[in-house]
Ligand binder design. Structure first.
Ligand code: GGG
Length: 324
């Protein structure tokens, strides 16, 4: 039995998480769900966006299934990743419909604890200042993870993304550590690009990428761009992984414009649950759910409007569950 902390969060978060649980409940695995509060509404109600109790529940669980963060993202998901010490954020950009989007398949390995996302900001008489933190230790750890990931998954190339020509000390350090770690992996090809150039290459040459390793902010931005290459934000899952904890969430946010309408695409959260199943060692069930989801998307009938159908979030999940 697995203890799963369920944090729906804001906007469409609870909707896509509930749909995903409909599917998990069809598997021959026992899950014990503990629901915990967080997010904008929680802050309005209690004065805190991420209560201590929620952090405790998340820490004690075997895995966390998270929905979406809204305006309180910095105090909820960004803080939670730090609290759980999930130093890596894996964001796979994979086309589930190669006929439509081509054979795009690369992994963004995002450093998850540092950079501008430490939230060290202050107001000054002129405006505001934000500090950016890049350490050797975290850079080495994430670069090593990216190389190991490449080796373990049969990939042959890792690309470092930075802006070291402008941010010479911080991004410069990240790039330098990347090349040091690369020496331990002589069988993997390496290259590096500036983040602005990468933003273009992802559009012009997406098939050139296998594994991208980058710092927190660039990973956040490039993964949304990646989503645009393969059908939109409804398609990209993610896994936050540390030495003791795993938190799984769609890359998309709370989408307040469609919240409460029952039309949010649950695919990214279902795929995140597949990453959770892999993390728990339930690889066979992960592939079962993933392949069924892919079949349903390719059928294109019992799917949400963004995928060309007329189904609600819950109807799409129930259809997938019925095919398992
Ligand atoms: N489920 C992802 C999510 O809630 N995204 C909203 C957001 O702003 N996230 C910041 C981040 O992923 O670092």
């Amino acid at each position: 039995m697995y203890n799963i902390a369920v944090l729906g969060g804001d906007g469409i978060g609870p909707e896509v998480v509930e749909a995903t649980i409909t599917i998990l409940d069809k598997l021959p695995i026992e899950f014990n769900y503990t629901y915990a509060d967080c997010g904008d509404a929680c802050k309005e109600k209690t004065g805190v966006a991420l209560p201590d109790e929620t952090i405790e529940i998340a820490k004690k669980s075997d895995a966390v299934l998270f929905g979406a963060a809204g305006e309180t993202a910095a105090d909820v998901i960004v803080r939670l990743r730090r609290e759980l010490e999930t130093f890596v954020n894996l964001r796979p950009v994979k086309s589930l419909e190669p006929d439509k989007y081509g054979d795009i398949d690369f992994m963004i390995v995002r450093e998850n604890t540092e950079d501008l996302y430490i939230g060290d900001e202050e107001l000054t008489p002129e405006g505001a200042i934000a500090r950016k933190k890049i350490t050797k230790k975290a850079s080495d750890k994430i670069c090593d993870y990216a190389f190991k990931y490449a080796k373990d998954t049969g990939r042959t190339q890792v690309t470092c993304v930075h802006k070291a020509n402008v941010l010479k000390l911080s991004d410069g350090l990240f790039k330098e550590e990347f090349y040091k770690i690369a020496e331990n992996y002589p069988d993997i090809d390496v290259n590096d690009f500036y983040v602005d150039a990468t933003a273009m290459y992802l559009i012009t040459n997406p098939l050139d990428f296998q594994v991208i390793v980058t710092i927190n902010l660039y990973g956040d931005i490039l993964s949304d761009e990646g989503a645009g290459l393969v059908g939109g934000l409804g398609m990209i899952p993610s896994a936050n992984i540390g030495d003791n904890n795993g938190l799984f969430e769609p890359v998309h946010g709370s989408a307040p414009d469609i919240a409460g309408q029952g039309i949010a695409d649950p695919a990214a959260t279902i795929l995140s649950a597949c990453m959770m199943l892999d993390y728990l060692g339930e690889n066979e069930q992960a592939r079962r759910v993933e392949n069924t989801l892919i079949d349903v998307i390719r059928e294109g009938v019992n799917v949400t409007p963004d995928l060309g159908g007329e189904a609600t979030t819950q109807q799409m999940a129930e259809y997938i569950a019925s095919k398992l």
